[in-house]
Design a protein around this ligand. Structure first.
Ligand code: SAM
Length: 263
């Protein structure tokens, strides 16, 4: 059967819309795989893992006759998305899923947990409402009634999740910069990381460049959770947008003009 151009285009357009509508299945399947510890289970198996071995090892109700079928489908999605490969003998990790192992120093699990948490996903449901409101806040405010960092201040669990996620994302940058961008630090005596979170980046730099004094400046509730311990690294809590002559940040960087959009 030869389809007319008009029909071919309509079918392709329909398939495209389907793909866009169900795009979230990839990220939700990945979240499920991390919650069940699939990358770690396959990694500890030490060789390609069959579907039935995987189902047996998973912390799920595998008495359910559908479990094997569901895990098979979950793995098909994740293989298609590049997280695993399947050989005759079973499933194996890819370089991407290696970055999702719990003990991998550059593990991206915390970032995934933050970005796919309902607290961070809810604002997306309010995007059009926020645009309709026309206010200058963010969709996060429309969804939760307060800005992200105020919310984090009141919710220590979320704050911990946020700071861990930021830190996990900094690990790779820290290692590349300390190894390949040494020239950037030449001649510096001091350096301040404004909005430096729990200091992961500054700690890596302070270790690599002991001749430079580093300061991490962040909101007081973030700094309270940081432990000192490195000689050439200091933590200072404050609000960079509150101009105050006595304020450490403004004393140090009076001429710095900061724009909230940078955050
Ligand atoms: C996107 S995070 C980046 C964290 C860190 N630089 C990193 O890359 O891992 C932004 C940081 O800015 C901090 N922050 C937000 N508003 C701030 C303010 N008014 N004064 C100081 N720090 C602020 C937050 O607490 C958060 O740690």
């Amino acid at each position: 059967m030869i389809l007319e151009k008009k029909n071919r285009e309509a079918l392709a357009a329909q398939a495209h819309i389907w793909n866009q509508i169900i795009n979230f299945i990839n990220s939700m399947s990945l979240k499920c795989a991390i919650q069940l510890g699939i990358p770690d289970i396959i990694h500890s198996h030490g060789r390609p893992m069959t579907l039935s071995d995987l189902v047996d090892a998973l912390p799920i109700n595998n008495n359910n006759a559908k479990a094997q079928d569901c895990v098979y489908r979950l793995m098909r999605i994740l293989i298609h998305a590049g997280f695993f490969i399947q050989e005759d003998e079973g499933y194996l990790l890819t370089p991407t899923s290696r970055l999702l192992l719990k003990d991998e120093p550059m593990s991206m699990i915390p970032l995934l947990q933050l970005q796919l948490d309902p607290i961070m996903m809810n604002p997306w449901h309010y995007l059009s409402k926020w645009l309709q409101n026309g206010d200058s806040s963010t969709p996060f405010v429309t969804a939760h009634g307060k800005p992200l960092y105020e919310y984090a201040e009141k919710e220590p669990k979320f704050s911990g999740l946020f700071n861990e996620a930021m830190a996990s994302d900094s690990q790779l940058v820290a290692s590349v910069m300390t190894e390949h961008c040494k020239g950037v630090f030449e001649g510096l005596k001091s350096l301040m990381d404004v909005g430096g979170g729990n200091g992961t980046l500054a700690k890596a730099f302070a270790d690599a460049f002991p001749q430079i004094n580093f300061t991490v400046f962040d909101l007081p509730h973030v700094i309270e959770e940081c432990d000192e311990g490195i000689k050439n690294l200091t933590y200072v809590g404050g609000d960079m947008f509150k101009s105050n002559d006595d304020h450490y940040f403004w004393k140090t960087k009076k001429s710095t003009r900061l724009d909230k959009t940078l955050l």
